[in-house]
Design a protein around this ligand. Structure first.
Ligand code: SF4
Length: 236
């Protein structure tokens, strides 16, 4: 008897919009946001894709249904960003493989706590180990496994920085993995409510000045572009 198809737990699928974070910033993309996460970061800005009380808003979809939704949103090949929650918890290998056959590109954003053999199908693996201000601990063996599983995919680090301690965390990570491009992202001060553009820019200025003062010239400091454009609104 054949096994039933594993379903993908979806929080939302939306786009095309632009990628607002990391090295792919500004690139048009469709977001597939999965539901469920093994972390609980203090400043998580997508609790609706993390906390069990939002489970009734998540939908279990087949690969074909997710793919169909992507194709209906973007009829020409586009970058598909797999995000969450932690998308590595979901069975996404078949989606990536079938989407790539149709000419679409795939990037995933994950904290690096779960390594999957299908990471090697990705175009880009964005790893966001969590800094001290998140209140989380990273399993560095798992992060290492994620890097190994990525094969020839582009790998990038994206680190949220809220304070000096986070800054040191990012710098040490960069020293440990000097060949993996790393972007720094100022922590969104009030993701639960609506951080004002002024607050977001203040954080961004602080981080920019710190990078320059500390002489970290390999760093790339990027804002959350979507937050500047639309505040902490969902689905953009
Ligand atoms: S890993 Fe990401 S999605 Fe999960 S709790 Fe942390 S910030 Fe939220």
């Amino acid at each position: 008897m054949s096994q039933p198809e594993a379903l993908i737990r979806i929080s939302e699928i939306f786009g095309p919009t632009i990628q607002g974070e990391g090295h792919l910033i500004g690139q048009p993309t469709v977001f597939v946001r999965t539901g469920g996460c093994d972390f609980r970061c203090d400043w998580c800005d997508t609790r609706y894709a993390v906390e069990p009380q939002f489970k009734d808003q998540w939908i279990a979809m087949t690969t074909a249904q997710v793919l169909q939704r992507i194709l209906s949103l973007a009829r020409a090949p586009i970058l598909v960003t797999l995000s969450g929650g932690n998308p590595a918890l979901q069975p996404l290998g078949d989606l990536i493989s079938r989407g790539k056959q149709a000419g679409y590109h795939f990037s995933i954003e994950t904290q690096g706590s779960v390594a999957r053999d299908w990471f090697n199908l990705l175009d880009t693996l964005v790893l966001s180990p969590k800094p001290p201000s998140s209140g989380m601990n990273n399993d560095w063996n798992k992060v290492e496994q994620c890097i190994e599983m990525a094969g020839n995919a582009d790998i990038q680090f994206k680190i949220v920085v809220a304070d000096d301690e986070d800054f040191e965390f990012a710098r040490e990570l960069n020293q440990r993995y000097p060949k993996i491009p790393l972007s720094l992202q100022a922590c969104n001060p009030q993701p639960e409510s609506d951080s004002s553009v002024t607050q977001i820019l203040q954080q961004q200025r602080w981080l920019t000045e710190k990078v320059c003062q500390e002489g970290w010239y390999q760093a790339r400091v990027l804002p959350q572009l979507h937050a500047l454009l639309w505040g902490n609104q969902r689905g953009v």
